[in-house]
Design a protein around this ligand. Structure first.
Ligand code: 6PG
Length: 236
């Protein structure tokens, strides 16, 4: 089930509503696998940025079970919490435990954000690590209850300007932990495809604000081809 496109600020946003979370997760996994096949066919590699939080967990589990040309996948993260690398709250650890440790993506092609070294050092290091990638093939993002995405929060710097840093050190984040590292809005927008995954009643107000053109951080993600929001239909 789809609903019409809406335009907030400059962002083109296509809403894809699903009756159940399971249907949404299956559809999202298929979109990712198709995007990977196309990128690998066209350019020999697939560069994907993963979302943190809990929403993508089942999608990552579906990817774990999929048959893909893993040797051509390159995995990055949209944000990370300033926690030790093996801390249960780390976004990279969630993806590794559910999916990445179980498939044959070469370890040198999986790029966690080194947030364990502190936000500023990690932001500088990661900006260098992704410097050679002009466009990510696919960026996965979640949506917070306050409209945040990655670790771009209301009343904080989002890095929208074209000359904004690629990676931001985030402090005083309202969602613990307070210290984080995030790709900036302009860097997350440098992508061929951006997919938001939105499920759960707690996101209703943020979705309503988004639809009403309120400038939540999610609206700052403005890639050339627009964004696709995979969402529970009941939230539309
Ligand atoms: C994080 C995420 C964050 C997340 C949203 C949604 O580090 O927490 O990057 O942006 O995607 O807060 O979180 P849930 O998927 O857990 O609802």
């Amino acid at each position: 089930m789809h609903s019409p496109t809406n335009q907030t600020s400059m962002q083109t946003c296509r809403w894809h509503g699903y009756a159940t979370v399971a249907e949404l997760e299956r559809a999202a996994a298929q979109v990712i696998l198709r995007a990977a096949s196309l990128a690998i066919r066209q350019r020999g590699s697939f560069h994907i940025v993963l979302a943190g939080g809990t929403t993508p967990g089942n999608v990552y589990d579906l990817l774990r079970k999929a048959d893909a040309d893993w040797a051509a996948w390159h995995v990055y993260f949209g944000d990370e919490r300033s926690r030790p690398a093996d801390h249960p709250e780390r976004n990279s650890r969630m993806a590794e435990h559910i999916w990445l440790d179980a498939v044959d993506i070469p370890r040198k092609q999986i790029h966690p954000i080194p947030a364990e070294h502190g936000a500023e050092i990690a932001a500088n290091n990661y900006a260098q690590a992704i410097n050679g990638i002009e466009l990510f093939d696919l960026v996965l993002l979640g949506l917070g209850e306050d409209g945040h995405t990655a670790s771009l929060f209301p009343d904080h710097e989002w890095g929208e300007a074209s000359d904004a840093p690629a990676v931001l050190a985030v402090h005083d984040a309202p969602k613990p932990p307070s210290d984080r590292v995030s790709l900036s809005a302009q860097r997350l927008s440098a992508a061929r495809q951006v997919m938001f995954l939105v499920t759960g009643e707690t996101k209703r107000q943020a979705v309503k604000d988004w639809h009403n053109g309120i400038n939540i951080p999610a609206t700052a993600i403005d890639p050339p081809n627009g964004v696709d929001v995979y969402i529970e239909a009941k939230l539309l």
